[in-house]
Design a protein around this ligand. Structure first.
Ligand code: UDP
Length: 414
């Protein structure tokens, strides 16, 4: 079981969200407290799912929901297969051979033998552990498939392989309505969220920000364009470099590409090499491979940035967008998936479709600090209203309640 930090104080969240938000959480929690909510995913570190669970589990426990978190085990081959599956669900044609599918099934069998399914409700995240649903009948409890991927236009053969597993769940949760699938099970929409109190997002002293920039050779006196992401082709780091090179012709700016890898993403090293090659010897491009748990460092890099990119080609949500908006940064991001929930074009940032588009928007922002400020203020408010952890905790508890009353359209809380 993954252990997460206990002792989160609801009153600390109250200072950020207002009392009414916390009062509402307590009212709902009274109906689900004491319940065991078992989360299962494929990595304890790296990527958005682990990021969310690290914060969500302790806050649920603070509210009396006995949330736990387990991670499946798999070898390199398994994670290569599930990464291909991940890419295919995002729409990329990937040939999963019968041998690969057999290995996926065998790894599932091995996890089924080793894992303890103790939850009163079991929340399985993404495709890697999806086939664990084989245990549902025996457990006699509700199982929910929590999908963080944009599955709106999947590569059909791979979705056809996964769908029979998904359809055995009691419900599925997607990050936005566009991702819903034609299926016979109930589907809920819950957007992801960020924790305003985590090291990744809390306020920092300006001195800390400057120290981190200088440590990495970044000059705080010149504009800094940044993208924080795992080195993954779907995050389009090469497109970011192409955009930067166009901006650089007019502005004396710097580019930071920072990101670590995740144990369930075996493509990271190859993509990092491609990025290094594209960066060449430009002293103003800082490619920073970060170790896990670099949260304060990432926080400082974003706070020290003039503009934050998230130029994804496909994206389930993109927590990095909310993380940047929360810090009042103007964001230039790919007009894809859950990014479109966060970047309201021209209001909280700019949505783009190409490196040229990204460069043009960056140049517009660099020439207009007032616009940067306005977008940043709007962005922070947008995150406060929609993408803080407290809202996601509320939604998850409401899904638990809805599962308790499968035949009802309305559940009264008094
Ligand atoms: N992140 C991190 N270290 C890195 C790169 C990313 O801690 O080196 C964090 C990032 O701040 C965000 C999460 O990992 O909280 C990535 O989530 P997102 O939804 O943006 O993308 P995913 O990696 O899940 O596709």
């Amino acid at each position: 079981m993954v252990s997460t930090k206990e002792g989160v104080s609801l009153s600390d969240y109250q200072d950020v969200t207002g009392k009414h938000v916390i009062d509402e959480l307590r009212v709902i929690a009274a109906h689900v407290e004491g319940r065991r909510l078992q989360n299962i995913n494929s990595t304890a570190v790296g990527g958005g799912v682990a990021e969310i669970l690290t914060r969500l589990v302790p806050l649920l426990r603070e509210l009396g929901v006995l949330a736990t978190w387990d991670v499946i085990k798999g070898d390199q081959n398994f994670f290569e297969i599930t990464k291909a599956m991940h890419n295919a669900l995002h729409g990329k044609p990937e040939n999963l051979t019968p041998a690969m599918l057999d290995h996926y099934r065998a790894t599932t069998e091995s996890n089924l033998r080793q894992m303890d399914f103790h939850g009163d409700v079991i929340w399985v995240h993404d495709p890697q552990p999806a086939a664990l649903i084989a245990r549902r009948k025996q457990s006699g409890r509700p199982w929910v498939w929590r999908c963080h991927i944009d599955v709106s236009t999947p590569y059909k053969p791979v979705w056809d392989f996964l769908a029979p597993y998904v359809e055995q769940y009691d419900a599925a949760i997607f990050s936005m309505p566009d991702f819903a699938r034609p299926m016979h099970i109930p589907q809920f929409m819950v957007a992801p969220s960020i924790d305003p109190l985590s090291d990744k997002n809390r306020e920092l002293e300006p001195g800390t920000v400057e120290r981190v920039l200088r440590k990495h050779g970044v000059d705080p006196g010149r504009p800094v364009l940044t993208q924080i992401s795992r080195f993954d082709r779907l995050k389009d780091p090469l497109g970011v470099i192409a955009a930067y090179k166009l901006v650089r012709k007019r502005h004396n700016c710097q580019l930071v590409l920072a990101g670590g890898d995740a144990p369930d993403d075996p493509e990271g090293a190859a993509v990092l090499n491609e990025v290094r090659e594209a960066a060449g010897t430009d002293p103003n491009i800082h490619v920073l491979p970060l170790p896990p748990f670099s949260d304060l460092e990432i926080n400082a890099l974003v706070r020290g940035s003039t503009i934050v990119f998230q130029k994804s080609i496909k994206e389930g949500f993109g927590l990095t967008v909310s993380e940047a908006l929360w810090k009042g940064k103007p964001v230039i991001a790919g007009a894809v998936g859950g990014i479109k929930l966060q970047v309201i074009n021209g209001h909280t940032g700019f949505l783009v479709h190409s490196p040229e588009g990204a460069a043009q928007r960056a140049m517009q922002l660099l020439a207009d600090p007032g616009l940067c400020r306005r977008l940043g203020e709007n962005g922070r408010l947008h995150v406060k209203q929609n993408f803080l952890l407290t809202r996601q905790v509320k939604d998850y508890m409401l899904v638990m309640l809805a599962l308790d009353h499968p035949a009802k359209d309305v559940v009264h809380l008094n």
